[in-house]
Design a protein around this ligand. Structure first.
Ligand code: SAH
Length: 363
């Protein structure tokens, strides 16, 4: 588009997701006084206000100029499903048409939002439906923070929220955007209530360790040895367990914090008592807790990947605890609307479509 003079028409500057310094730079041509920047910052990130017109502490004229020159874009809701257990899954459409999912998980004493860091995922873990659909792209900080702002607006959420990066994507492969998003979300959610879950991206763990305010770290381990881990998580070829655990041992945990190890239980693959012993040996000496996740089934997963029966899960947990570790079992939430872990696929897609990414995976 060009204006009458032939010069390109100014495109609007997207403000959502910009941390304080970059927001100030973006607003410099528009506002004259620093405290005005602060007012916009507070409106966006403390109050979750995304309409300039509603920022009534700003002058009418400034609101008009902002609306003309800047934009604040939230994801659009493409679909919304509520499970019998109260879990709500939202399919969100981003400005370029990419779709992601965000899940609201009400529990008796806390409320957790599970959000996405990428649209799709390139890691191709054999058990995960998101990876089945292939790579995709990094989300921007605004698209990450926007999920929380949007869910707060749509759902009746309490002020105190827990946030987990366990939706679509690998957060440590999108570090800059995640960092900016956490900075602005930090206005309303303490970093101590935020958990980043990683498939084990070692350079990302090292980078995270240098952040001044670090969220909780969860690591998707899923197998106690390289041989089995690589069969279900191709990323283990790039970052084998020795490298992963070396990075974790160096990781500067905040006081009284532990690293969460997520361990998927797959029947007959990694759920034997000796696997529990091997897992405990791996974690020896680390401030660790274990979160056991009985596999959530899905039609696109290989046939041999089955969820162990409850007694088997309980026995595994007891066995891990015998080594002095804390182990919890992640209850399956929202499975009737495919909102459970590993089921985030941007719903509406045909689950029987051929799976090109899964060659060579099996036991
Ligand atoms: N990429 C990050 C964030 C995604 S987290 C990571 O790998 O940690 C999603 C969590 O759900 C991970 O622990 C993942 O391993 C787990 N998950 C994936 N597929 C699953 C399935 N079919 N059943 C249960 N949990 C699954």
């Amino acid at each position: 588009m060009t204006s009458e003079t032939g010069a390109p028409a100014p495109t609007r500057v997207e403000l959502l997701g910009l941390p304080a310094a970059r927001l100030a730079a973006a607003l410099a041509p528009v506002v004259d006084r620093p405290f005005r920047v602060r007012q916009v910052y507070d409106a966006l990130y403390r109050r979750g206000e995304t309409e300039f017109d509603a920022m009534t502490d700003l002058s009418r004229e400034l609101r008009r100029v902002l609306a003309e020159r800047c934009s604040v874009t939230l994801p659009a809701v493409a679909d919304r499903r509520q499970a019998a257990d109260g879990t709500t899954k939202l399919l969100l459409r981003l400005a370029d048409g990419a779709t992601i999912e965000a899940v609201d998980i009400p529990e008796s004493r806390r409320r957790t939002l599970c959000i996405s860091s990428q649209a799709g995922c390139g890691l191709a873990c054999a058990f995960c439906v998101t990876g089945f659909w292939g790579a995709g792209r990094n989300l921007t900080a605004g698209e990450i923070a926007g999920q929380v702002i949007l869910l707060r607006r749509l759902l009746d959420l309490p002020p105190t929220l827990n946030l987990v990066f366990m939706g679509m994507g690998e957060p440590l492969l999108n570090l800059e955007a995640v960092r900016d998003a956490l900075e602005v979300l930090g206005e309303t959610i303490s970093h101590r209530r935020i958990t980043i879950s990683t498939a084990g991206v070692v350079p990302g763990i090292e980078a995270l360790g240098r952040w001044p305010r670090r969220p909780n770290l969860a690591v998707s381990l899923h197998a106690p040895d390289d041989e089995r881990r690589e069969r279900i998580m191709p990323i283990n070829g790039s970052y084998p367990l020795a490298d992963l655990f070396a990075a974790l041992r160096r990781y500067p945990l905040e006081p009284r914090r532990r690293i969460t190890f997520e361990y998927l239980l797959i029947e007959g693959f990694n759920d034997a008592p000796r696997d529990a012993d091997a897992l405990a040996r791996r974690l020896a000496g680390l401030p660790a807790k274990v979160n056991l996740i009985p596999l959530n089934p899905d039609p696109v997963l290989p046939d041999w990947m089955r969820r162990p029966v409850e007694a088997r899960v309980d026995a595994f947990r007891a066995r891990v605890e015998r080594h002095g570790l804390t182990a919890t079992v992640r209850r399956q939430r929202g499975h009737d609307v495919a909102a459970a872990c590993g089921q985030l696929r941007a719903f509406g897609r045909d689950p029987r479509a051929p799976r090109s990414r899964m060659r060579g995976v099996g036991r």
